[in-house]
Design a binder for this molecule. Sequence first.
Ligand code: NDP
Ligand code: 8X3
Length: 258
Amino acid sequence: MKKTILVTGATSGFGKAIAERFAKEGFDLCITGRRAERLSAMKEQLEQQYGGKVITLNFDVRNSEQVAAAMNELKQQVNSIDILVNNAGLASGLSTIDEGNLDDWEIMIDTNLKGLLYMTRQVAPMMREQTSGHIINIGSTAGKTVYKNGNVYCATKFAVDALTQATRIDMLPYGIKVTAINPGMAETEFSLVRFKGDQERAAGMYAGVRALQATDIADIVWFCASQPPHVCINDLTVTCLTQANSYYNIKESERIVK
Ligand code: NDP
Ligand code: 8X3
């Protein structure tokens, strides 16, 4: 029987690349996001290209009622959810704690932390009933090492790390795998969102750097999901070659090459 993967935040970046990768591997997909037109375009393209079923669910992960309604709708359409990728997330702004914007803080906490919780709360009982499944949380190097001005974003990703560990313990009796993938700097719409549409500032983040690409992360998610049944990758941190952690990184031109 075909397997189903549910990917949150599939309209862009990692989520989109993960959805495409798993469609190619023969999975049925459930893809979510707020931008409905992008979801529809992906459904049309991926169903045509790979032949699997693509269900689109258009909701905001910050809204627990919308999450519950969407998951109830999904339960009518699929027999099981084999993999949940909690990917939807964002950084909003970059400033010191004393000058932080409260709206930015709410958005990041509500999306990265509460959104992930709402999704997990809906899907984990289904996986418990199945006594199988895999929850993959997209954390960050920002959840391993804090950096200047990253305060609240880092805190949400430290929380993702803690919740991944806790969920793994809670799901242990049911044969459910729980994995965190923690990418470093990657070229997606992330910086455009963080800097609220400032294209020049966003592009500056990746200037002179060969940053991770969304497809790199999709390959890693596939690697984690395609291990034998007895193997669970707990935690995987990945950066581009010129980044040591979320604090130390150099430009490509600073790399010593012979
Ligand atoms: P993108 O901005 O390219 O993608 C973010 C996705 O999240 C979009 O599909 C967006 O969909 C969705 N999303 C955001 N807010 C909501 C919401 N309230 N409800 C539903 N969906 C939402 O960024 P990335 O692909 O880079 O980010 C994906 C994840 O990876 C995030 O959790 C991010 O923190 C993490 N990450 C990113 C890194 C990077 O450098 N790029 C590095 C490490 C981790 P829509 O707007 O349509 O709702
Ligand atoms: C995204 C990577 O370094 O901008 O999580 O926080 S970073």
